[in-house]
Design a protein around this ligand. Sequence first.
Ligand SMILES: *Cc1c(COP(=O)(O)O)cnc(C)c1O
Length: 436
Amino acid sequence: MNNKFLQERSLKAVWHPCTQMKHHEIQPLLPIVRGKEMWLYDSEGNGYLDAISSWWTNLFGHTNPYINAAIRDQLDKLEHVMLAGFTHESVVILSERLNKLVSGKLGHCFYASDGASAVEIALKMSYHYWYNNNQPEKNNFVCLQNDYHGETLGALSVTDVAIFKEIYAPLLRPGTCVPTPDWRYAELGESPKDYALRAAAALERHLEQHHTETAALIIEPLVQGAMGMGMYHPDYLKQARDICDKYQVHLIADEIAVGFGRTGTMFACEQANIAPDFLCLSKGLSGGYLPLSVVMTSDNIYQAFYHKKTSQAFLHSHTHTGNALACSAALATLDIFEQDHVIERNRIKAGYLNQIAHPLSTHAKVRNFRNCGMIWAFEVETNDPDFAGKFFQLGLNQKLLLRPLGNTVYFMPPYIISENEIDLLVNGTLRILNSL
Ligand SMILES: *Cc1c(COP(=O)(O)O)cnc(C)c1O
C-alpha cells in the first residue's frame, strides 16, 4: 500500500493516541513501512532519523539484528505462558539480572505490560504494605509539580500535566504536588543545587505535617520528561530518600523514561547513590520492542505480603505479565549494554554532541539549553500556539523525527547514533530554527 492509501485507511479505522484526529485533515499521518538502525522509512523510501527513539523506547535502533535473533529464538521455544502458577527461564533470568544492576537491593520483580500499569502496581503495593502493617490511614501519595506517571486513573492522580488531567478530575483521587526541583524555576543567581535543596525543604515541610497519612512519594528521578524535560540536581534525590526514611514514607522511583542509561548511568538513582523502595521500569526495558514493564521492590516490602492468608497477598494481575517474548527482548537488551560498553560509549557520543551544539546552545531563539546523559532539551522563543506541530513538520522536511513538547525541543536518540547522524541532527535542527 502506498502512503496516501495507508493514510486514508488509518484515519478511518484507527483512533490514534494523544491526537486531535481532526488535525489530520491538515497534517498528514506518516505511514512507516520499515525501520533500520536510526532510520524509519515510508513507502516512498524517504528516511527519517528517529531522534526521539519512537517515544523514548528504542535504545539500539530499529530491527536490531541481535534483539531480533533473541526474539526468534524465544519464539520457537515458548511465546507465552501465564505467570500465575507457572514460570519460565527468561523471566527468572531477567529478574535476577535486573536485581544485580541495582546491587541486589530490589530482589522481587512484579511484571506488567506498560508504564502506567507499573505505576498503578507501585501505588497499590505501597498502600497495601502499610495496610498489612496496621497503618491503613497511610493511603495518600505525594508527587512533584510537573511530574508525569502515565494516564490510567491511578497514575493520572499523581501526574501534574493539566492537559491530560483536568477533564478527568471528577474521576481522580489526586495526590499532593510539592514544588519541582527543576532548575528552570530557580531564582536569578540561585544555583541548580541550591534550588534543589530549597525544593527538598518544601517536601520535608509537607511530610512533617502529613506523614501519618502518606504512603509514598513518587518521582521522576533527575529528568521530568513529559512536562518539557525539566532537569534537576541529584542532591534532591539524596534529600528525598533521607526525608522519606525519616518520616516512614516509601520512595517510588519512576524510571520508566530515564532508566537504562538515559541519564548517563544505568539508572538515574545511581547518581545520588540511593535505592528507592519501588523502582518502575518500562519503555527501554525491552529495547523498545515489546510492551513490558516491571516494578522492583525490596525484601522488606515483599515480606509484608508473605503470609498464609490469601488476602494479605498482592492479588494484582495483568494477562501478559512476564510475557516470554518481551522478556527475551529485555535479556538481549541487557546483553548489548554489557557487550558494547554502552554507558561508557554514550559519554563520548554525548561529549561530541555537546561540542558541536555550540551554535544551537547560543542561538538567539534558544533558551535553557541543557543536557543529562543522552537527553538534550531547550526552549524556543515563540508566540506560535502551534509551534510543536509546525516544528514537527519542518523536522520531517529535514529528514528528522522530532516532536517538541510545547515550545521545548528535545533529542533522545537511540544509543547507536553515529557522529555523522549527530551532525545531521544538530545541523538540521539549526536549519529549522533559522527558517522559523
Ligand atoms: C511513558 C511514561 C509513563 C507511562 O508509560 P506508558 O507505557 O505510556 O503507560 C510513566 N511514567 C513516565 C516517567 C513515563 O515517561
